[in-house]
Write a protein that binds this ligand. Sequence first.
Ligand code: COA
Length: 413
Amino acid sequence: MDIRPTTDQELDVFVDTLHTAFGRFPEAAAEDGGGVWWAALENDRNLIAVTADGRPVGTAGAYSFELTLPGGAVTPVAGVSGVGVLPSHRRQGVLSAMMRRQLADVRTRGEYLSVLLASEAPIYGRFGYGPATYTRRLTVTRSQAAFAAPRARGAAADADAGSGSSSGSVEVLRSADCGDILEEVYDRYRRAQPGALSRPHRWWERRAGQPPISPAPRYVAVHRDADGVPDGYASYTLGESDTLKVDETIAADDAVFTALARFLLGHDLVSQVVFRHFPPEHPLRWQLTDFRAGQVDKDTDWLWVRLLDVPRALTARGWFVDGELVLDVDDPFLGEHGRHLLTVRDGKAECVPTDREPDLSLDVRDLGSVYLGGTAPSALARAGHIRAHRPGAAALADALFGAERTPHCLHWF
Ligand SMILES: CC(C)(COP(=O)(O)OP(=O)(O)OC[C@H]1O[C@@H](n2cnc3c(N)ncnc32)[C@H](O)[C@@H]1OP(=O)(O)O)[C@@H](O)C(=O)NCCC(=O)NCCS
C-alpha cells in the first residue's frame, strides 16, 4: 500500500474513489467546473492510497483554512475532508496509514492544528481528534414568537442591544445576486467568532459547499447598518408545510442577529422557522415572551480539533483568567508524551516543559475538545477521560480554558 499525493491529473481519480467510498454518484458540475462541493479541493493536499497493483482504494484531503481562537487570534489550520476507503478495503488499516501521513504533512507545513467534521463519531478519536464545537437546530413556532420587551433598566434607551430593533434595514435578494456581500459579511463575522473557519475566496468563486455558497436557489435577507454597510445576512428558503428553513444566520453582533430573527419570524404565510446552526447559548429564546416557542433538536458535535504542537497551540489562544496548571498529555497515535507547565497572566499563556507533579493527565484528543473553550474539562473528568490529581484542578481548568464567547462553527467542508 502506497500513500501519496495526487498529481494534477488525478483530481478525477480522487473524486471518483471518494464517491465510491460513500456509495454516491457525483452530481453534474456546472460548465465552468464550479457548483459542486469538490470544486474547492486543493489538489496539492489530496492523498490517495494505492494498492501494489496500482488501484486507488482510499482518499484523504485537506483545505487550508484559518481558525479563530479564543481571544481573537486567527491561525492557519488543516481542514481535513474527502476521507474515504473503498468498501472492499475497509478495516485493513488504510485510513490509519493515511492519517499518519497526513498529520506528518500538516506538521511539515508548519500548521499546529488540524480540524475536521466527522461523518461518524467513533472514527477520529484514535487519531487524536476531539469534538470542540457543537451545533443544534432551533424550530420556532411563529404563532408563539412574540418578542418580549427588554426588562433591563434603561433598556428602552438601549433598545438596539436588547430587543433587536436595530436602526438598520433588511433587503431581500436572491443569493445569485448578492455579489461579494455574503463573502465580506461572513469574513467579518468569522474573525470575531471563536471556533469559526474562514471560507477562502475560491469557495465563493467556485460556488463550492452548501447554500448560500452553492448555486442552489436561496433568498437572502441582507441586513445593513444605519450607514448602509452590510453587517449580517440570513439565507433561507420557504419549503413544505409553510416552514421557513434558514441555512445560516451570520451577524456582526447580537443586535443584528435579533433584527434578522425578527425579520424571519415576521414572514407571512409561515408556520414555523427552522434555524440551522443555531449558536449555542444564543439569547433568542429569552427574547421571546414564550420560552417554549423555540424547540432545540439535532444537538451534536461539529468541529473536531487535533493539536500537533501543544505549547504552540496553548500560547496562541487568548486567556481570560490567571492561573497555573501542569498538564500531562499523551498522544498515543503519534507515540508522543509531554508534561507542560501552563502559566496564564494578563490574558497570555506561557507553556514550558516541567518535571512537576501533574494537575491533570489527559489524552491529546481531550485537549482538542477543551482547547477552544466549548467543552468543560470537568465534564471530561466526570466522564472518566481526564484525570484530576488534586481537588479543584478540574474547576481551575474550567475557569482557565473558558472562552469570551462559546465557540461555534457553521462552515461545512
Ligand atoms: C471511515 C473509513 C474511512 C475507515 O477506513 P478504514 O480503512 O476501514 O479504517 P482503518 O482500517 O484504518 O481503521 C482503524 C480503526 O478504526 C476503526 N474504525 C474505522 N472506521 C470506523 C467506523 N466508521 N466506526 C467505528 N470504528 C471505525 C477500525 O475498526 C479500526 O480499529 P482497530 O484499530 O481497533 O482495529 C471507512 O470506513 C469509510 O470510507 N467510510 C465511509 C465514508 C466515511 O464515513 N468517511 C469519513 C468521512 S468524515
